[in-house]
Design a protein. Sequence first.
Length: 118
Amino acid sequence: MYTPEPFESFLAARDLTVGKVLFFDYSWKVKHPDVYMRRRLGALLVAALAVCMIYAQAGSADSPSAVYTVSSGDTLWEVATEHYPPSEDPRVVIEAIREENGLAGYGLQPGQRLKLPR
């Protein structure tokens, strides 16, 4: 019985395509398929754990509040529009600043220190 050499089986399989990608059988290169599969699953597990750890660290880090000292003539609206991105609604930011600092009204005093939540 004739057994083709690995190179000949590669040539025979070279015309197989999956979609637009050339597909060929490389299993003749793998001596122990069960070990190969375990290594691939192990690598996938390590990659998934790394991604989870990165996202967990990014979400759990409490960013420190910035401190702003009020100057004469400053308003909460000016503070909100100057220190936050334009994509954020200033009204929501103003309420967050009031909550963070325990402000009853909207008036500010020069020299007052405000914590700006992130």
